[in-house]
Design a protein around this ligand. Sequence first.
Ligand code: BDR
Ligand code: CA
Length: 312
Amino acid sequence: SHKIILDTDPGIDDAMAIFFAFQRPEIEVLGLTTVYGNVPVEMAAKNAITLCDLAGKDIPVCKGVARPWVGPESTYAHFVHGDDGFGNINFPPAKGQLDPRSSAQFIVDMARKYPGEITIVAIGPLGNLALALRLEPELPKLIKAVSIMGGAAFVRGNVTPVAEANIWNDAYAAEIVFDADWELNMFGLDVTNSCPFTPDFLTTLKDINPKLGGFVHDAAQFYVEFYSQNRDDDVCFFHDAMPIAHLIDPSLFELQTGHARVSTDPLNIGQTSIALPNTTASPDWLDAQQINVATKVNNQRLTQLYLDTYSS
Ligand code: BDR
Ligand code: CA
């Protein structure tokens, strides 16, 4: 089984990823560490507590960084996820307690407790991971792997022509995380934008699991509405569920290994560029850490896996 820490900014697709992980017997979620991103960090932490409560999971929830590593406080994605982060459904917040530790401290503590066993699944901006690397420089040796939803290697961005939201939101932190010497698996827009779900899928989810599926169905109406404004169909994207799906069934994906860089140059800030083998001879690029980038996903099998998980 996989021990994971889910680093998250819930967020509708974050909720979908969290419930996905919670319902899998082969995944043990040690805790939720929260970060600003879709919503301010206070709201992210409260939302994470609410999701745990709804799913009946008694695990630590920590509050993490409130703003980017460098630069002014971020703007949030309320236009995608609603004022409450859950599509304005006015879901009653749970009253659970926050773990007193910061998200970064929790990551370090767990890594020391279970050396070599933990996969960090990061589905928001990467400030908590960058801070954890500063708190414990040996962290890469203590962690099994890091899997992120973020970036756009060979496709366009979703905030700027080149940058994806999670990386764009904290590009300096992302650079630290990409430069660290650990196994990094990137599930960016390359795969997440090619795996949509439809309103019908949400209805099925509610039918087979009224509690968790019902929550996702209701919260995601706003999310579908946002995505459909820019498209001529009604589809919407799993985004954050991708790294979880990969843990459950790696055969759903194709990954390619290459040297990776995150741009902090103002115009291209947050761009993730990958030099695949034999595509560059520039020493600057060959010095960059190697990461694994997901370049293909099997949509049908992933969608089925997601539904099967809610019906079991
Ligand atoms: C990412 O940005 C957020 O809006 C989503 O939760 C996801 O993590 C997609 O670019
Ligand atoms: Ca997210």
